[in-house]
Design a protein around this ligand. Structure first.
Ligand SMILES: C[S@@+](CC[C@H](N)C(=O)[O-])C[C@H]1O[C@@H](n2cnc3c(N)ncnc32)[C@H](O)[C@@H]1O
Length: 229
C-alpha cells in the first residue's frame, strides 16, 4: 500500500512494535501499511463511527494481512486493553480531542511505550498536555501535502525538559533541529495570530482584554524567533 506524504511521515515515527493501536483509523490504511511492512507484528484499528469502522474492515480483509489486524468499533482507547499495544497512533483530529482520548483512559495510555500524534489544530495544547502528564516529546516533523502543513509529534514516557512556553506552540524538537519547514511553520502561525488581532481591533473591549495582550506578545516573540532562522 502506498501512503500519502502525511501518512508516510506518521508511519516513519512508528518504531518496530509488537502491536500498534491506530485510534480514529478511518480506512485503516496506516495499520495495514505498518503490518505489511513488518513495522508492527499486529495492529488494532479503532474508530468510533460505523462508516469508517466498516471501511476499515473492508481494507483489512482485502489487504492480505487482515488476520493480524483487529478492527474495533468504539470510543477512543475504550477499544484497547492496558498492555495490549505498545504504540498508539492518533492522527487527523484536533489536539484537544487527542488529549481528551489519552486522558480518558489513563490505565491504557500509561501502558504505551510510544505515542505518535498528528493534531490538525491545537498542537500547543497537546504538547502542554503531554508535558504535564509524564510524556517527553522526542521527535517531531513537519510535512506539506496538498498545500497544507501538518505537524507530527512523537512522545515517550518521561519528564519533559523545561522549555519556554512558546515552544509548546512551535514544537521544541522542531525548533531544536531547525526543521527545514520551520520558517513556513512560524510564518503560518504569525499569519493566523495577526488575522485574529486584526478582527479584535474592531472592538475596544477586545483590544483592552488580556487575550489581546497575550496574542500581541506572542506575535512579538514569534517575530523574534523568525529573525533567528
Ligand atoms: C479525519 S479522520 C482521520 C483518519 C486517519 N487517522 C488519518 O489521519 O487520516 C478522523 C477519524 O477519527 C474518528 N474519530 C473521531 N473521534 C474519535 C474517537 N473519540 N474515537 C475513535 N475514533 C474517533 C472519526 O470517525 C474519523 O474516522
Amino acid at each position: 500500500m502506498k501512503l500519502g506524504k502525511r501518512m508516510t511521515a506518521i508511519a516513519a515515527m512508528v518504531p518496530k512494535s509488537r502491536c500498534v493501536a491506530d485510534i480514529g483509523t478511518d480506512h485503516a490504511y496506516l495499520p495495514v501499511y505498518l503490518v505489511a511492512e513488518g513495522i508492527a507484528e499486529s495492529a488494532i484499528a479503532g474508530d468510533v463511527h460505523k462508516g469508517p469502522y466498516l471501511s476499515a474492515v473492508n481494507t483489512a480483509c482485502g489487504s492480505g494481512v487482515g488476520e493480524k489486524i483487529s478492527v474495533r468499533l468504539g470510543d477512543g482507547l475504550a477499544v484497547v486493553c492496558p498492555g495490549e499495544a505498545d504504540t498508539a497512533v492518533i492522527a487527523g483530529m484536533g489536539g484537544t480531542t487527542i488529549a481528551g482520548i489519552l486522558a480518558a483512559r489513563p490505565e491504557v495510555t500509561t501502558s504505551f511505550r510510544r505515542l505518535v500524534l498528528q493534531p490538525m489544530s491545537g498542537a500547543g495544547f497537546l504538547r502542554r498536555w503531554l508535558a504535564d502528564n509524564g510524556w517527553c516529546i522526542d521527535d517531531e516533523t513537519l510535512v506539506v501535502e496538498d498545500g497544507i502543513l501538518y505537524e507530527v509529534i512523537a512522545a515517550e514516557p518521561g519528564s519533559a525538559p523545561g522549555y519556554e512556553f512558546l515552544m509548546d506552540e512551535i514544537g521544541p524538537v522542531l525548533w531544536e533541529k531547525r526543521h527545514p519547514l520551520l520558517k513556513t511553520h512560524l510564518t503560518i502561525m504569525l499569519e493566523r495570530l495577526n488575522q485574529v488581532i486584526v478582527k479584535m481591533r474592531l472592538s475596544t473591549q477586545a483590544v483592552n482584554s488580556p487575550k489581546y495582550r497575550e496574542y500581541q506578545k506572542k506575535v512579538d516573540q514569534l517575530e523574534e524567533k523568525l529573525t533567528c532562522l
